[in-house]
Design a protein around this ligand. Structure first.
Ligand code: FE
Length: 187
C-alpha cells in the first residue's frame, strides 16, 4: 500500500477509536451505576479513569500528526453500548444483570483490542514510534480489563446459578429462602 493511503487509513481508524473512547467515557458511569456487585462497580469506575487516559493518549497522537481527532462516529461502539443499555432497561435480576453487563463490557474490550491492534501495526509501518508506544500502553490496559472481566464473570455467573437453584428449591419447599441464600452466597 502506498504510504499516503496507509496514513489516511491510520488517521481514519484513530478517529474511530477516539469516538469509541469518548462514547465509553459517557457509558461507563451508567454501567457502574447499574452494576449490583461492588467489585464490578469498582471495575467499571477504574476503567473509566483508564478510558479518560486512552482519550488523552489519542489526543497526543493527533497533535503530533497535526490532525483533528474529531469528525467520525464509531457506529460499532454505538451498537455495543445500545445493546448494553437495552439489557439494563429489561431490568433483570441482580446476578443476571451483572452477567449481562460483563458480557457487554467484554464485547467492548474485544472491539477496542482489535482496533488498537490495527492502529499499532499501522503506526509501526509508518515509523511513528512514539505513537506505537502510546497505543501499546492502551492495548495492554484493554487486555488487562478483559482479563479482570473474565475473572468477575466466573464469580458472578456462579452466583447466578446459586440463585436459580434456590428458586427451584423454593418452589419445591415453598419456603421464602431465596433472598437470604443469595445474600449469603454473595458475602
Ligand atoms: Fe479504551
Amino acid at each position: 500500500m502506498e504510504k499516503n493511503a496507509l496514513r489516511k487509513l491510520y488517521i481514519a481508524e484513530l478517529k474511530d477509536l477516539y469516538s469509541a473512547e469518548n462514547q465509553l467515557v459517557k457509558a461507563l458511569p451508567k454501567m457502574a451505576k447499574a452494576a449490583d456487585s461492588e467489585d464490578l462497580k469498582a471495575g467499571f469506575e477504574e476503567h473509566l479513569e483508564q478510558t479518560r487516559g486512552h482519550v488523552s493518549r489519542l489526543e497526543k497522537i493527533f497533535k503530533a500528526l497535526g490532525e483533528s481527532p474529531k469528525g467520525k462516529t464509531c457506529k460499532g461502539m454505538e451498537g455495543l453500548i445500545e445493546e448494553g443499555s437495552e439489557m439494563i432497561k429489561e431490568d433483570p435480576e441482580a446476578e443476571e444483570l451483572d452477567a449481562g453487563l460483563i458480557a457487554a463490557a467484554q464485547r467492548v474490550e474485544h472491539y477496542e483490542i482489535a482496533g488498537y491492534g490495527c492502529v499499532r501495526t499501522y503506526a509501526e509501518l509508518l515509523g511513528e514510534e512514539d505513537a506505537v508506544e502510546l497505543l501499546e500502553e492502551t492495548l495492554k490496559e484493554e487486555k488487562e480489563t478483559d482479563e479482570k472481566l473474565t475473572e468477575l464473570a466466573g464469580k458472578i455467573n456462579v452466583e447466578a446459578q446459586v440463585s436459580e437453584d434456590s428458586e427451584e428449591e423454593q418452589a419445591e419447599r415453598n419456603t421464602p429462602r431465596k433472598a437470604s441464600k443469595t445474600r449469603a452466597a454473595r458475602a
